[in-house]
Design a protein around this ligand. Structure first.
Ligand SMILES: [Fe+2]
Ligand SMILES: [Fe+2]
Length: 492
């Protein structure tokens, strides 16, 4: 198992230990019992959340699932594992420990004490940031709703459900902030978070990638690798926020998020391993007849999920992003480790753009290019997994390699929108693009071929033919552990 914090399992949380009270209706470490109004408001939202979970959460009927539940936010033993019926999962509100001396680390308020309340002038912008983050959490649960029906193993099924319940908890995290700090408007937004639904024509989720269907398990793994990783980077900027409750909320969410990316990294890895094994064994790239996913299709799925996730960072140049930074609402990735003045009024950087059919670079103010700054950090991180997957090909003695496509490939947002850029970075005319696009993005036929391989394997310790088993189980349990107990209905 990797010890790389970016691709490995959940990191050990830091900070002192604070245990969460599970005797309360809503487990929390924010002293909810001490604020009766807030407690009542959240208890009013809870049944609506549970209705949403029943309607749009995992479709496969289960008795119980071996799940991780947060029991503390501190350094040691922050999570407890046990079989629990999913609808009885204890979704709660957990913030990382408060640092009473925490300061604003960037922007024009740099050096001032961090805010414990929302300043009036930043109220609308902060609420917007929280709503956008909050909207992605239930969206992914909705997107992954039917995947349980085709799980390649009970181990993978458990990981899917773990991701799902924790995305549900991330929704709770954002709803807590809305209820606690934004009054009636915040409560109204919390209602809307359950009313918008992924792919809904009338009330879709806010961001594009969260309205795409998760059609199969390969896409799920690509989603948890590339799109949950976008989440990691967005949370990383909010973790720097001058608004301390938001910063502490996001810090704790990041601890859970690491497991989601682990599911993606290892899921793609195991898919590639199986493909490589059959390629080597049969001396052909066409492993579909042998029940595995051809590398060319894996590459297309990768191209797709990377490009739609890149769009989530927004336009390269954004006055909003600069304003959020200067105001202290949203920092940079690893803000405090950056070696500059953290105000950025005089800093510049280069950025690529398309002009006259070629990719050129120009110099722009850094403050206006913070979305690009974050996206570059993300891209570098994405490359790590690809390297790892290529190691599996190398180990199998194969010359083929997976590639991260060019940043301009298949983009709908920012400077590349409206242009056609190949995965290797050539600017193409419309006809050339149309002639080649099926080589680069999954076609209907590719998706159908993958879907045909997605047969459920619910026998403990067995795996569908298209994916290699993991090296180890979850929480030191064996791979063949009974991670999920299905109901008779689920088995049928
Ligand atoms: Fe999340
Ligand atoms: Fe996630």
């Amino acid at each position: 198992m990797s010890t790389d914090a970016r691709t490995g399992p959940a990191p050990a949380p830091t900070g002192p230990l604070s245990t969460i009270d599970y005797t309360e209706r809503i487990p929390n470490n924010v002293n909810l019992a001490g604020d009766r109004r807030l407690q009542r408001a959240l208890e009013g939202w809870q049944p609506k959340f549970l209705d949403w979970w029943k309607q749009l959460g995992p479709a496969l009927p289960t008795k119980d699932v071996y799940l991780r539940t947060a029991i503390a936010v501190g350094r040691d033993g922050w999570a407890h594992f046990d079989h629990v019926p999913m609808e009885q999962y204890r979704w709660g509100i957990f913030l990382a420990e408060q640092d009473p001396d925490r300061k604003v680390n960037f922007g024009k308020h740099k050096g001032e004490p961090a805010w414990q309340e929302v300043p009036g002038e930043h109220r609308a912008a902060l609420m917007r940031l929280i709503v956008i983050q909050g909207d992605t959490e239930p969206a992914s649960v909705e997107q992954q709703r039917i995947l349980g029906n085709t799980a390649p193993s009970i181990y993978d099924l458990r990981n899917l459900f773990q991701v799902n319940v924790e995305e549900g908890r991330h929704l709770w995290a954002m709803v807590y902030l809305l209820h606690a700090y934004f009054g009636r408007e915040g409560r109204e937004e919390a209602e809307q978070l359950l009313k918008r639904n992924s792919g809904d024509l009338d009330a879709p989720r806010i961001l594009g990638a969260f309205n795409e269907e998760t059609t199969d398990w390969l896409q799920f793994f690509m989603f948890t690798y590339f799109t949950d990783r976008d989440g990691k980077y967005q949370l990383g900027t909010l973790k720097e926020s001058a608004f301390d409750p938001l910063a502490r909320t996001c810090e704790f969410m990041l601890k859970e998020e690491a497991h989601h990316m682990f599911v993606g990294t290892t899921g793609v890895q195991r898919t590639v391993e199986r493909t490589a094994e059959l390629m080597a064994e049969h001396g052909t790239a066409d492993v579909l007849p042998y029940g595995a996913i051809p590398l060319a299709i894996i590459q297309k799925y990768l191209n797709f999920q990377f490009s739609v996730s890149m769009d989530l960072f927004g336009s390269e140049q954004s006055t909003n992003a600069g304003n959020y930074y200067s105001a202290g609402l949203k920092g940079r990735w690893m803000e405090t480790r950056r070696k500059d003045d953290h105000v950025l009024l005089d800093d510049v950087r280069t950025m690529s753009y398309v002009e006259d059919g070629e990719i050129r670079t120009r110099t722009v103010p850094l403050l206006n290019a913070l979305n690009l700054d974050l996206r570059d950090e993300y891209t570098a991180d994405c490359a790590n997994g690809v390297k790892r997957w290529n190691q599996a090909l190398e180990d199998a003695g194969l010359p083929e390699r997976l590639l991260l496509p060019h940043e301009g490939f298949n983009r709908k947002v920012g400077v590349y929108a409206g242009h056609h850029v190949s995965p290797t970075g050539e600017v193409l005319d419309e006809d050339t693009w149309n002639a080649r696009v099926d080589d680069w993005l999954p076609s209907a036929a590719d998706r159908a071929a993958v879907a045909a391989l997605m047969v459920p394997e619910y026998e403990y310790g067995k795996f569908a033919g298209w994916i290699a088993p993991p090296k180890t189980g979850i929480n030191d349990q064996p791979v063949e552990f009974d991670y999920v107990h299905l109901t008779e209905e689920g088995l049928a």
